[in-house]
Write a new protein. Structure first.
Length: 290
């Protein structure tokens, strides 16, 4: 009973807020009230968390609580296999010098792509009254593993842009945007390609401050990567051919300067969520932004 007495003293000393009762006639009524308050916390739909946020001065217009997670019954019908026979000829531009067909060929014979989300997550949306702190159910929002992953990608892109957009405007850094095509035919794995980029930058005397990348599956199931590199400011009229990394990738690549706003330039690639390669990451970034 001692903890109940202490809780009662704290409650009586606390300043009242809108919608909160601060007085209890006796210990018995306090215990009963405590049980009543605790019961909704065990339920899946509970406005307790939004109320706490409102009392702490954080008054978002909407907050969400978890309802349930369910599997998409049409998921398996959207799984597509990309076959990669080693004797398939590469693009015409890949027939030159080191990008010949002898350098083509994947390490695995096939890649599986999911074109439909596997999981749906239902969330209850609560509207918070900024004056009273009351929360009212507003809507049920359904997310899926594509939209959740896409949201994480956009947040990572925002952090990248917040770091380097001011430096770009001050003309202290140069941003390079590269596309690595036909990833299922590449000579090396993507993680090894990133390591090779770091080594190449160091040999060229270029300070690689940070990078961010995303994988993309186009409508015709073309598996490719986009990556943005941030280096110290360089005065290139044209980008050197060796910075395209085609001899390492073994397939056609493209490179260009990022112009004007970084986020506007890259958001269209990071916002796509029509398909995912099963077993591979859909985005990544450098461990540190220098």
């Amino acid at each position: 009973m001692e903890w109940q007495k202490n809780s009662l003293r704290k409650t009586l000393k606390a300043k009242p807020t809108s919608g909160q009762a601060v007085g209890f006639k006796d210990i018995k009524s306090f215990v009963v009230s405590t049980k009543v308050i605790r019961e909704p916390v065990k339920a899946k739909i509970s406005p307790v968390e939004p109320q706490i946020r409102a009392k702490q001065g954080k008054k978002p217009k909407k907050v969400y609580t978890y309802l349930k997670r369910r599997k998409n019954p049409e998921y398996e019908g959207g799984v597509v296999r990309i076959e990669v026979p080693r004797n398939t000829p590469p693009f015409e531009s890949c027939l030159l010098t080191t990008k010949s067909d002898r350098n083509s060929g994947p390490k695995t014979a096939e890649i599986w792509v999911k074109t439909r989300p596997k999981w749906y997550t239902d969330l209850m949306g609560w509207e918070v009254d900024e004056e009273t702190g009351e929360t009212l159910p507003a809507e049920i929002y359904t997310a899926n593993d594509f939209t959740v992953s896409n949201g994480k990608k956009i947040k990572a892109l925002d952090r990248f842009c917040e770091k380097y957009q001011p430096l770009y405007r001050q003309k202290k850094v140069t941003l390079l945007f590269l596309t690595f095509t036909r990833a299922n035919y590449a000579r090396i794995e993507w993680k090894d390609m990133i390591d090779s980029i770091k080594v190449r930058m160091k040999r060229e005397g270029l300070n690689l401050r940070g990078f961010i990348w995303t994988a993309e599956i186009s409508d015709n199931l073309h598996f490719h990567y986009h990556i943005c590199l941030c280096i110290d400011r360089v005065k290139w009229s044209t980008i050197p051919e060796r910075m395209k990394f085609e001899n390492l990738w073994g397939q056609r690549t493209e490179i260009d300067f990022v112009k004007k706003n970084i986020r506007h330039y890259m958001a269209k690639y990071f916002a796509k969520c029509d398909a995912r390669v099963i077993g591979k990451r859909s985005y990544g970034k450098s461990n540190k932004y220098l």
